[in-house]
Design a protein around this ligand. Structure first.
Ligand code: PRX
Length: 632
């Protein structure tokens, strides 16, 4: 097992060691896993290529390390607790032995329909146990999984399937969300109608048993395919640098990009970080409320916890069903020890009042985690007081899809915590703040752009099918550094606070979105001439979406607004719908024709008095109109 940090002294020595001798440090951690053939070199890298390799020539299998490796010692221990959307349904407790069997059966099913090592399999499923099983089954046979969040539209799904040229899609019939059953299969059918030419089979997991349209050529029921398969399936021998998964995420420009993670480094870092960041102890019940459609679910519902032999919970439902006490009732019911959620959920539940958590016994909780966006002071204190009762340290964990694992965080019971500060780098992580010219800012009490100056095992290797894009986005801004896209500050004692994105990426309810993506969707409406999208502070969502739209439409009424929202829903999904739409006659542009988003952001954020110098604009006159019509 990877090392577990015991106390502050231990953290400090480990951190120093990891900087002085990174290779020696990670060699020791990686060697705690089962390798079918040992690696012969720890790391090879240059950030120019970029060319990043960890545990070179080592052969392993991450599903073997998540499952088989534990069978001798914890076969009957619960690996996954699955808590259903409807609290009157029974929870499922899946032991390591059962999970191993289910994964083997699914892996054999995938092989049966012709899935081979290196093939891409897209998942479009709600939070059912079969999602975790399917992902691990892919890893077992060396197929590359790409999970698409089930809230995305058919178009967004089709874009991802096409980019990955996936051979198979695995979906459910319906998604149970609160009081509603949402059709999933019809979205896949729509995507298949649009494109998805590479797809040979669609595997459908029966969740509600509701009606689905069926194509005998492509569709196959999960149970028909999987149930009769053998529960033995040898884990494929994989190279450490073989692709494990592709996960699409938004950037400043263009379509979402497929972030690629590879096996050996991701395995080492997710296990190491899980054990340390949550201070997971034998027998603990750990719950991360994320969806497996995002990186948090990949690393800290599935891989990290299972690699560490933990009991991890998967929740099918939503925080407010049947009422706003659901999270806390689940914590009481399963005696959750580590609870990990997003600030947006905390704020939404905080708004429902203190009585909800007060009804439940939350004394089992030892650690409270936060992820996905900056947590504001008010939410931090509410979380501390009403959920942790002042006894559970809050770990504000900063990381990204691209980093694969948690990078900056307090360690509970080991380091101190400070509201809104992610605080300290994990061992092996070397963050720096730089100015806009890339000069490293030394000392404390500084503010700058957050970069990482040395590779770590679970870092992005490439963007699928477009290595140049990976280089341009992350490695070209500053020489020899990985640029995160975030701005950060250091307090006078060196703790880091991540302030937020400095690029055109916004973070809405913890969902990452590119403003260009939303603009492209809005522009699909035939009567939209041009649009510009910015984020603005939102009490619950963290950031809301504010769209400025130029149109030829005469009727600027709610029907037209609704049409725009429908286009966005169709192109991306409901999570990308603008909260505010302001119709404008012009957008502020520089002489080279670039939209001055700084001005738009300020107007949307009720900060229109401090626009700075606008005299260099091509069309300064439009600014007064924008201010006059602002929806603030
Ligand atoms: O801006 C940072 C913000 O979320 C971005 C990464 O989003 P994504 O790839 O979707 O991954 C989210 C889950 C790991 C970052 O660039 N972010 C994430 N965690 C924090 C955060 N901002 C401030 N504090 C955090 N703890």
């Amino acid at each position: 097992m990877t090392t577990q940090i015991k106390d502050l002294e231990h953290y400090k020595t480990m951190y120093d060691e990891s900087v002085k001798d990174p290779e020696g440090f990670w060699k020791k951690e990686a060697e705690t896993f089962t390798w079918f053939k040992p690696f012969d070199k720890v790391c090879e890298w240059d950030f120019q290529g970029p060319n990043i390799k960890w545990f070179l020539n080592g052969k392993t299998n991450i599903s073997y390390n998540c499952l088989d490796r534990h069978l001798a010692t914890r076969a009957d221990q619960t690996a996954i607790i699955w808590e259903p959307n409807d609290p009157s349904f029974p929870a499922r407790h899946i032991s390591y032995k059962e999970l191993h069997e289910e994964v083997c059966k699914c892996a054999n099913g995938l092989k049966f329909i012709g899935v081979e090592k290196g093939d891409r399999v897209v998942f479009y499923m709600p939070m059912v146990a079969e999602l975790a099983i399917g992902v691990l089954a892919c890893a077992r046979i060396g197929a590359i999984h790409s999970v698409v969040f089930a809230g995305f539209s058919a178009q967004a799904l089709a874009d991802r399937v096409d980019d990955a040229s996936a051979k198979v899609i695995i979906c459910s019939d319906y998604n149970r969300r609160g009081a509603k059953n949402i059709s999933v299969k019809t979205v896949v059918d729509d995507a298949m109608d649009k494109s998805c030419n590479s797809v040979e089979k669609v595997i459908v997991q029966k969740n509600t048993g509701g009606h689905v349209d069926w194509s005998d050529d492509t569709d196959i029921w999960w149970h028909d395919l999987v149930e009769e398969q053998s529960a033995e399936c040898e884990a494929e021998e994989m190279d450490s640098e073989d692709m494990l998964f592709i996960l699409y995420t938004s950037g400043s420009t263009g379509k979402p990009k497929g972030v690629v993670h590879t096996i050996g480094g991701y395995m080492t870092y997710t296990c190491f970080s899980f054990k340390n960041v949550f201070q997971y102890k034998e027998g603990d019940i750990y719950w991360c409320t994320a969806d497996i459609g995002w990186i948090t679910g990949h690393s800290y519902i599935v891989y990290g916890p299972l690699l560490a032999g933990a009991t991890t919970m998967m929740f099918e439902g939503v925080p407010t069903f049947p009422d706003a006490g659901r999270f806390w009732s689940i914590c009481e019911k399963h005696k959750v020890n580590q609870f990990y959620t997003a600030p947006t959920a905390i704020r939404a539940l905080m708004a429902k009042g203190d009585d909800w958590p007060a009804k439940y016994d939350l004394s089992s909780i030892k650690v409270l985690g936060s992820v996905g966006e900056p947590i504001n002071e008010e939410a931090w204190h509410w979380y501390d007081k009403h959920i942790g009762k002042g006894n559970a340290p809050i770990i504000d964990t900063w990381w990204q899809t691209e980093t694969g694992g948690i990078m900056i965080t307090p360690l509970p019971g080991i380091t101190d915590t400070k509201p809104t500060y992610a605080s300290y780098p994990m061992p092996g992580i070397q963050p720096v703040l730089v100015d806009s010219d890339g000069n490293v800012l030394e000392g404390n009490d500084i503010e700058g752009l957050l970069c990482i100056k040395y590779p770590w095992p679970s870092m992005i290797r490439t963007t699928y099918g477009d290595h140049e894009r990976c280089k341009n986005v992350y490695f070209s801004a500053f020489k020899d550094m990985y640029f995160t896209g975030d701005g950060a500050r250091k307090d006078n004692e060196g703790r880091i606070r991540v302030i937020g994105r400095v690029d055109d990426v916004i973070n809405v309810s913890g969902h990452r979105m590119g403003t260009a993506e939303v603009e492209n969707a809005i522009n699909e409406h035939p009567n939209v001439v041009e649009s510009a999208v910015v984020g603005y502070p939102h009490d619950i969502k963290g950031q809301g979406i504010y769209a400025y739209v130029i149109t030829q439409n005469k009727d600027l009424d709610d029907t037209f607004k609704k049409e725009i929202l429908d286009v966005v829903r169709r192109e991306i999904g409901p999570i990308a719908k603008p909260d505010k739409i302001q119709f404008v006659s012009g957008l502020p542009k520089t002489r080279s024709g670039k939209i001055m988003r700084r001005i738009l952001r300020k107007i949307a954020s009720k900060d229109a008095e401090n626009l700075g110098d606008i005299s260099t604009l091509l069309n300064p006159d439009c600014v007064e109109d924008l201010k006059a019509g602002a929806l603030v």
